[in-house]
Unconditional design. Structure first.
Length: 425
């Protein structure tokens, strides 16, 4: 079908702090080079975009030497950790910003949904913003009119269509913005993580629409999401970015597997003294957290599916309420929730308290899991929450060699079976 997007030696650098060469003559020289299409002579050697370290240079490469091609009709998932360069790449492809070096060739019109309310004017009504947003995306008025009813119906905001969008919730904003981008006849649809703003029903609806757009209409889709299950479901190819570099690209299953391997460094134990920033806030502090083998289990650095494990948390309560609800969601690194567990506990104020949740053996399947913890009281619903507080891996040691893939499903129960020979008359 041909190439829809071709990226060659793409790099994007950002300067931290003061911008400028320091002298007017050098600023003019930089401008002259830019006008002639040449590389900035004052571009310093930048550092990798590692947001966790201070660094020595004030020049940071958000993207560095990226090369790939996307065929027309492909649905491509772009994944990576926060700060990997995903949004920067989409902004360059959408021509919101320009690359520092390298080239991008795009065949066809691009409809982008990069941030909630992109292209919307808060004082205009939903109806007016549909026409404004459509015009920004390069659509003719007749084209927008043809799809107007479908856009309003898909967004589910008919009652508020003549209300200024400044009165919309963020969910209504993104519903209308996605509906416009998905229904107008662009050859390429670019969607960033904004779908996370919508509710579960709308997210499912959006994924269904993008699937129709890609497979039914043959349009090209670029989709950024941390929900790896959604990426695998929707996309046939993937691109994995890591600190601004292209880690791998190709079949989506392979790319997702590489991302999980890249992110699966276990954090089975943390202590307050060993971390830079305290975990918690002025109301709740987590002093320690760990995933431990239960008492009586043989010592091992690997958690086997047969092993009983304990999730332990030492917390400090700074509220005046001694009744604290503590819970956690256990998720795979793909974003699937396995289960949630929580209870109300008596945690006296200014008192260290240890909480332990006991998980049985033969329960979790072999996978990498994250523990997302949350706290609340009867009067304060959002006391504190922390995603990926702990990350740990469960393995099937007995079948680790010579076994093609893991057993299907999220859990790995060891149900009792019986056999009985039946005699026929």
């Amino acid at each position: 079908m041909g190439v829809a997007i071709k990226v060659e030696n793409l790099s994007k650098a950002y300067q931290l702090g003061e911008i400028g060469t320091g002298t007017l003559s050098n600023d003019l020289k930089r401008w002259a080079y830019k006008v002639r299409g040449k590389e900035d002579p004052f571009l310093k050697i930048g550092e990798t975009n590692d947001r966790t370290t201070k660094g020595e240079s004030n020049m940071v490469w958000s993207l560095k030497d990226i090369n790939f091609e996307i065929e027309q009709g492909d649905a491509v998932g772009i994944i990576g950790r926060n700060g990997a360069g995903k949004s920067t790449l989409l902004k360059i492809l959408s021509r919101v910003t320009s690359p520092t070096t390298g080239s991008v060739k795009v065949k066809g019109r691009v409809a982008s949904l990069l941030e909630v309310g992109t292209g919307f004017h808060p004082e205009l009504t939903g109806r007016e913003n549909i026409f404004l947003n459509g015009a920004i995306l390069g659509m003719r008025k007749a084209e927008i009119k043809k799809h107007f009813d479908a856009i309003v119906d898909f967004a589910g905001v008919e009652r508020y269509i003549d209300t200024p969008v400044k009165r919309y919730s963020s969910g209504m904003y993104v519903r209308l913005a996605f509906a416009v981008a998905a229904h107008l006849e662009s050859e390429i649809l670019v969607v960033d993580e904004v779908l996370a703003v919508g509710d579960a029903e709308f997210q499912k609806k959006c994924l269904g629409k993008m699937n129709d757009v890609s497979k039914g209409e043959g349009r090209t889709i670029l989709f950024v999401s941390h929900n790896l299950t959604a990426v695998e479901t929707l996309c046939n190819n993937g691109i994995l970015l890591n600190s601004g570099f292209l880690e791998t690209s190709g079949a989506v299953e392979k790319v997702v597997k590489n991302y999980i391997n890249l992110s699966s460094t276990s954090t089975r134990s943390i202590e307050f003294n060993s971390i830079t920033n305290p975990i918690g806030n002025s109301k709740i502090r987590i002093l320690t957290a760990s995933v431990e083998l239960a008492e009586g289990e043989p010592e091992s650095t690997i958690i086997d599916i047969n092993s009983k494990i304990n999730l332990k948390f030492t917390v400090l309560n700074f509220t005046n309420d001694s009744v604290i609800s503590v819970g956690y969601d256990l998720k795979t690194l793909k974003g699937d929730t396995i289960f949630g567990s929580g209870k109300k506990f008596i945690i006296p104020s200014n008192q260290e308290t240890e909480l332990t949740c006991h998980l049985p053996g033969n329960f979790l399947n072999d996978d990498v899991y994250s523990v997302n913890i949350y706290f609340h009281t009867q009067t304060m619903s959002g006391l504190y929450a922390k995603n990926e507080l702990l990350i740990f891996e469960v393995k099937d040691i007995e079948r680790e060699t010579g076994y093609l893939g893991k057993v299907n499903g999220f859990i790995r129960t060891n149900f009792a079976w019986s056999v009985k020979e039946l005699s026929r008359p």
